[in-house]
Every structure is written in C-alpha cells, then in structure tokens.
Write a protein that binds this ligand. Structure first.
Ligand SMILES: [Zn+2]
Length: 65
C-alpha cells in the first residue's frame, strides 16, 4: 500500500488549492471532553448522544452505543 502511494504521481495523491480561513474548534485538553447534561460526567465528543436538544453520555441517553 505504501509503495503504491510513493510511486504515484504527485497529482494523484496531493490536492493543492487556495488557502482558506479555517474556523478553529478547541477540542479541549483531551479530545474535547464535554459534561453530560444529565449526570455531569465528562464525555468525549465522539461518545456524546443527543436526546432532544441535550447532549448526554451513552448510559444517560438510553442509546445502546
Ligand atoms: Zn450522563
């Protein structure tokens, strides 16, 4: 796999375009921990679940995963 990439022409593996503004989102100290609105436990954004308009940890949300 690495050889395929190394041996490919630059135009096939690189995409170079104009520089654009990027809105920086601060993910916090460790991958963006956010408190669960129900129990207050810190939850990584990846594991937050929405219940109505509230972001909760998986056990509080009722989702299985
Ligand atoms: Zn919770």
């Amino acid at each position: 796999m690495a050889d395929i990439i190394w041996q490919s022409p630059e135009t096939e593996v690189l995409s170079i375009g104009p520089v654009e503004e990027y809105v920086w989102e601060d993910f916090g100290e460790i991958m963006g921990l956010v408190p669960c609105t129900q129990c207050g436990e810190l939850v990584s954004k990846v594991y937050l679940r929405l219940s109505g308009d509230k972001a909760m940890c998986i056990p509080c949300s009722g989702y299985e995963r």
